[in-house]
Write a protein that binds this ligand. Structure first.
Ligand code: NAD
Ligand code: TYD
Length: 335
């Protein structure tokens, strides 16, 4: 199978590329990525010499480049997105452009070239927060942030293309991923790398917001299954089944590093901060036989060790654009 992976130079995309090349000897992958601040060819360095892999730098909002790569592929897996909630609050424009309009450009190419499968990578954040129970795929969408609203907009277009044009689409909604190669703006890599440098860990609000954490390899395995065996038009929740409050996550990271709580700082809460997400993944389990394999404690230990062993990777990132963003976002820490 020849697969176009958009956003393949980002966190989950690069892990997915590595996973597919490792599992499917006959597959070829073309990564289409704009290389925004979050895209990084270092994430793909270990596959760069593989003859089954190629890279095209381009924007999913640009129909010319999308047309070129879509013309000769069997499937498109769309990871390309603006992904950070805090950045969507300070500047939503790029989110609407990439996550909604970019998805539309890809869907048009699917139609024009008769691409056999389109996988839209979405998020549990489209459900909005839920204080009790777990979201199922048929629940209403109630996004809270410009990020999650843009992802919901992209999804709605995907579903409309299914209904109207019978496009061969599937959607996954995963919970919070963690693991190697995650840009250090998200809580896990930010807190691990800050702690390694003896810098403060800025906990928003009361630290009691809950996320369900999935190790990135477990998500990649689910995505690969959905790509090959998912039913057209279906939506699949993909969660790790690990509901953890941010403060407990923070303590877990510090414990892995043998540190106490001295670095913890409570800072101003994120506007509109979703309190809790939780996913019911019964559909993926029963229809495709997927189960997460990495226990949270094991995944967190592996992840902390990876960042401790890959200072060269994140020290390069934590300069330039990252530093300007950090100083803007975490003004409280300067007081
Ligand atoms: P990321 O921010 O690490 O990477 C995004 C990638 O997309 C980058 O390589 C970037 O250069 C590329 N990109 C951005 N705009 C582009 C454009 N216009 N054209 C082409 N490429 C572009 O993101 P991630 O955490 O790997 O997330 C991947 C996908 O998974 C996203 O769609 C996100 O919404 C979804 N998701 C992520 C999580 C999570 O916990 N990280 C959870 C659920 C869903
Ligand atoms: P994040 O990693 O940004 O993912 P998302 O907002 O998509 O779930 O945040 C995860 C949780 O951690 C969320 O409740 C916000 C919180 N958080 C902090 O408390 N401090 C931080 O510096 C960051 C980035 C996040």
């Amino acid at each position: 199978m020849r697969i176009v992976v958009t956003g393949g130079a980002g966190f989950i995309g690069s892990n997915f590329v590595r996973y597919v090349l490792g599992e499917h000897a006959a597959d070829e992958i073309v990564v289409l990525d704009k290389l925004t601040y979050a895209g990084n060819l270092d994430n793909l360095r270990d596959v760069a010499g593989d003859p089954r892999y190629s890279f095209v730098q381009g924007d999913i909002c640009d129909p010319a480049v999308v047309d070129r790569v879509a013309a000769h592929c069997d499937a498109i897996v769309n990871f390309a997105a603006e992904t950070h909630v805090d950045r969507s609050i300070s500047g939503p424009d790029d989110f609407i452009r990439t996550d909604v309009i970019g998805t539309h450009v890809l869907l048009e190419a699917v139609r024009a070239h008769g691409v056999g499968r389109f996988v839209q990578i979405s998020t549990d954040e489209v459900y909005g927060d839920i204080l009790a129970g777990a979201s199922v795929e048929t629940d209403a969408l109630r996004p809270s942030s410009p990020y999650s609203a843009s992802k919901a907009g992209g999804e709605l277009l995907v579903l409309a293309y299914r209904r109207t044009y019978e496009a061969p689409v599937v959607i996954t909604r995963s919970s919070n991923n963690y693991g190697p190669f995650q840009y250090p703006e998200k809580i896990v890599p930010l807190f691990v790398t800050n702690a390694l440098d003896g810098q403060p860990l800025p906990v928003y609000g009361d630290g009691r917001n809950v996320r369900d954490w999935i190790y990135v390899d477990d998500n990649c395995r689910a995505l690969d299954l959905v790509l090959r065996e998912g039913r057209d038009g279906e939506i699949y929740n993909v969660g790790g089944g690990n509901e953890v409050a941010n403060l407990d996550l923070t303590r877990g990271i510090l414990a892995e590093l043998g540190l106490g709580e001295e670095l913890v700082r409570y800072v101003t809460d994120r506007p509109g901060h979703d309190r809790r997400y939780a996913l019911d993944c019964g559909k993926l389990r029963t229809t495709l036989g997927w189960e997460p394999q990495v226990a949270f404690a094991e995944g967190l230990a592996r992840t902390v060790t990876w960042y401790a062993d890959h200072r060269d990777w994140w020290e390069k990132i934590k300069s330039g654009e990252w530093r300007r963003y950090y100083e803007r976002q975490y003004r409280d820490l300067a007081i």
